[in-house]
Design a protein around this ligand. Sequence first.
Ligand code: NAP
Length: 270
Amino acid sequence: MRALVTGGSSGVGRAIALELARRGVRVVATARRVARLADLAVAPLPPESPAILTVAADITSAADRRTVVDRAAEMLGGLDLLVAAAGSGAVGTFATADPATLRQIMEVDFFAPAELVRETLPLLRQGRDPAVVLVGSILGYHPLPLHTEYCAAKAAVRSLAASLRQELAAQGTGPRIDIMLASLGPTESEFWDNLVSGERPRWSRGTPLSAAETAATVVTAIERRRPEILPGWSAKGFAIAARFFPWLIDAIVAARLRSEPRQRPARMEP
Ligand SMILES: NC(=O)c1ccc[n+]([C@@H]2O[C@H](COP(=O)([O-])OP(=O)(O)OC[C@H]3O[C@@H](n4cnc5c(N)ncnc54)[C@H](OP(=O)(O)O)[C@@H]3O)[C@@H](O)[C@H]2O)c1
């Protein structure tokens, strides 16, 4: 199998690239930080694993995306799997946020993966057992306050995955392309260090799953072709609560916000 993985320089994308390589998949990983990609390329792997190849790119740039897709196809001789893991968050009151934050979050978390899917579909159609994994969030199931831009982007990703899955299944011609959505709960990574704006709210600090555990779950789900992936019990529990008890989530979050005045949304002037 031949895979292109975005977000390969840290956290979940890096762990997925390593896990795929460990299981014999030939991987091209991409991100902006060149030194981090160089580090990934020399990360220890079992002797039988293929070496991870890398291409530096800003995934929000259309020209960079084209280059990454072309280089990956060249280096791998085709493509069977796209894992769109690159993403960024933002924290803060929407009313007072810079409009640029909304643009940037939508660019990296929604437009970039959406366009990357569009750009890789022709290659995937010629691939073997082709598949796409979009890395979303449990906040795409139910939003939280102070994460408005990010929740909106991840809800859009969830909707994109569901719509595209039906659309491709209905086409009925060519090889079937499986569209999978991995909705992550709290996961160890550099996510909170790389926020576009704001800082991590204290009330959101739970016990995260490691990036390696998350990656192992995602890669096993790819092998089993699971359309919806919820790594760990906290993500599964949140998705169930979002479906059956959304009011409970809202009540817990409201209580936590009340207990942390610093994070309370700023009151709007009348
Ligand atoms: N960690 C969590 O608790 C959590 C929970 C739910 C969902 N997620 C999702 O998991 C995915 C991976 O995030 P993470 O937790 O692993 O965070 P992370 O460690 O900060 O990794 C984010 C990755 O995205 C890449 N990236 C960001 N902007 C980019 C751009 N413009 N162009 C190219 N690459 C870009 C970063 O690489 P460069 O900076 O080198 O470009 C980095 O490799 C994201 O989609 C995130 O929304 C995470």
